[in-house]
Structures are given as C-alpha cells and as structure tokens.
Design a binder for this molecule. Structure first.
Ligand code: ISJ
Length: 272
C-alpha cells in the first residue's frame, strides 16, 4: 500500500476490539472516529476510503465491497440497540430514531411495519438531544448510550437483536468494514483480521479500561464484548444480511436487487 488509507470507525465500546490494535498492524492508515451515520456520509463523499458503516448504507452505496469475515453482529439479544416504548409494538403511533443509526433505524421500521403491522410517524432524535423528555410513543437508541439508558417513563425496553432473531431465526449484522470502489486494501486487508484477533484476545482488558468511563460494570462490558457482540461474518450472518436487505428493499429503505455480497479481495484472507 503506497498511500495512506483513510479509515473511519465508530467509537462505541463494541468497536474497540476491531480498532484497538489496527494502527499496529496497518501502520499506514489514518484512523478517525465518528458516529455510524456520519461515517456512512463520509464514505459516500469520499472523505474516507474504508468505514465501519451501517450495513443498510452498504446496500445503498455505489458498489462498495466489504472486508470479508468481519462484522458487528449479534445472534439474539444485542443489549445496545433498544426500542424504549410506552406501549406494546402494535400500538406504537410515533417513534423517534437515534440519528447516529441507519441500520437499526431501518430495522425498527421493518419490525413495526412487517412484523407488527403498524406504520407510525417517524421523527429524528438529534445526536445530542436527551431521550428522556420526548413525546413520541417510542424511541430507538443505539450504542453506548443505549446500554446506559433507563428511561423509566417507557414501560417496555425491546432488544432489537432479540426481536430479529425471534422473528427470522437468523443473526443480524449491524455494520461492516465497507471499502469505496477503486480502493485496493492490499496488505491492509489482512491487517483488519489480525487487529480483530488481537483486539478480541484483549477484550477483558478493554472492558476493564472502558467500563468506568461508560458508567458500566466491567464484567458486564466483558461479557458484552466476548459473548454478545459477534465479530464474525460467516454464512449465517450473510443469510441474515440478505434477509434484511430484502425487507429493507420491500419498504423502499434500500435499493432492490441482488444482495450485493461484494467481498473485498477474499483471496487475501484464508477461508474462515
Ligand atoms: C450493535 C450496534 O451496532 C451499531 C449500529 C449501527 C446502526 O444502527 O446503524 C451502526 C453501527 C454499529 O456499530 C450498536 O452500536 O449498538
């Protein structure tokens, strides 16, 4: 890799194992951090070359490929993507959606419309806006703030990873490393894998270090990183991704068409 590769990642706890050691394995990258929705916009504008973007933005993108084998996913509860609601799903008439999210924002609408048969009014929840004085029936929160949020005014706290798994029997993929068309990762492709392995091996240390700043229990953070978030992108995750793409396309939330599984240089990674 001759030139610097501009890489954008999310700064949530769940991303730390993927990025913690990345600069060591790929010394020529320029690593920056932003919320998932902003990363997607940066990649679309060409401000970064690779981004850990919401999977729905991968569907929407101009022919992105993705680093094979790596994702932010869950097989069941995810603990950090929560729809807080005053009423059961089928009674939701208005919903606020975390502006940091694109994938879970789409998933919320898919669940409401396709699983529960309701089409509520949708409002954005600005990134820095507090979530406890809203008037909508429900509010979607993601990432670190979803893990900390309590929102006692909302009677229900629905875990979207669990909802998806109960409904489809499939894993869910929230984000992946998307690569702009025309960018060749070269050796850096393998570095994303090396960084993931090393980062996951250090999950306990990451949890210990990050917990206090997040106001969370270190043991909880460790279990979240080691057993809740799934960092592999295997055949079952790809099936979950395809199902999500179909549903998003049906609702006009993503372009219709082939699932668009464009793996970036699978030859660089031994089969997993
Ligand atoms: C599981 C999560 O996945 C995140 C959810 C995203 C979304 O909803 O668009 C995007 C990136 C992921 O990092 C989370 O952060 O809670």
């Amino acid at each position: 890799m001759a030139t610097t590769l501009r890489v954008g990642a999310v700064n949530y706890l769940n991303t730390k194992p993927l990025v913690e050691r990345l600069p060591e394995f790929a010394p020529r990258i320029d690593l920056s951090f932003a919320l998932p929705s902003r990363l997607a916009d940066q990649l679309a504008r060409g401000d970064i070359d690779v981004g850990l973007i919401p999977v729905v933005e991968y569907f929407r993108g101009p022919g992105y490929s993705f680093v094979p084998g790596i994702a932010i996913g869950s097989r069941g509860p995810v603990l950090s993507v929560t729809l807080f609601s005053r009423v059961p799903w089928a009674d939701v008439r208005s919903v606020s959606l975390d502006e940091g999210s694109r994938t879970s924002a789409a998933l919320t609408q898919i669940l409401l419309r396709k699983r529960y048969g309701v089409r509520p009014r949708v409002e954005p929840l600005p990134i820095d806006a507090p979530a406890d004085d809203l008037t909508t029936d429900a509010v979607l929160l993601i990432g670190d703030r979803a893990m900390r949020a309590c929102l006692p005014g909302y009677r229900f706290a629905y875990d979207l990873g669990a909802e998806w798994a109960d409904w489809t029997g499939l894993p869910f993929v929230y984000a992946l490393w998307a690569v702009r068309p025309g960018v060749d990762l070269g050796d850096a492709g393998a570095a994303f894998h090396a960084a993931k392995e090393a980062g996951l091996a250090a999950a306990g240390a990451i949890a210990q270090r990050e917990a206090a700043g997040l106001g969370l229990d270190p043991g909880f953070c460790r279990r979240y990183l080691e057993t809740v978030i799934r960092y592999d992108l295997g055949p079952r995750e790809l099936a979950g991704m395809a199902k999500f793409h179909d549903l998003a396309a049906e609702l006009g939330l993503a372009p219709k068409g082939a699932t668009g599984v464009r793996q970036h240089r699978p030859d660089l990674v031994e089969s997993r």
